[in-house]
Write a protein that binds this ligand. Sequence first.
Ligand SMILES: [Zn+2]
Ligand SMILES: [Zn+2]
Length: 162
Amino acid sequence: MSEQVETRLEAGAELQDESARQDCEWCGSSFGDFATESEVDGMCYDCYRDKFEFDCCRCQESEHVDHQHIFVVVFDEDEAGVPGGIYEVVRHPYFTQGLIGGGWLHEWAVRKIRGPVDFQEPGGYPVGHLCRKCTKALKLRQSAQGRKLRADIAKKKARVPQ
Ligand SMILES: [Zn+2]
Ligand SMILES: [Zn+2]
């Protein structure tokens, strides 16, 4: 390792120490004491999870929200309003949140691609979402319409000023 690289590594370590004494800009938790800083500067991992992650309904691993609304798994057909199974989201909005608790899927906004699943959602939610790994494991493929919807959403996001 060259001296230059080593110096840079040391400088990086110092920077980390400094940020460990700051607070999360979103919830105020102190880094180091109660919170860990996430990959977003100044945001603790709990806040990051709230804003940018969801739990996969099949493997319970965290996944980024960008991948959340591609496929929907319906566990409880009475609550969701459509038969149990896996659906691809092809239009937006595809879900209406009810006034009390639950919500229901819009039949015209989703495309059924598989019947009832053989796994359970541990939280008891009527619908769930899949991480990329499980999407692959289940061999789910997006239709052209679904891919177009994702592209449109990505474009809109890019236009939102930060
Ligand atoms: Zn926080
Ligand atoms: Zn998963």
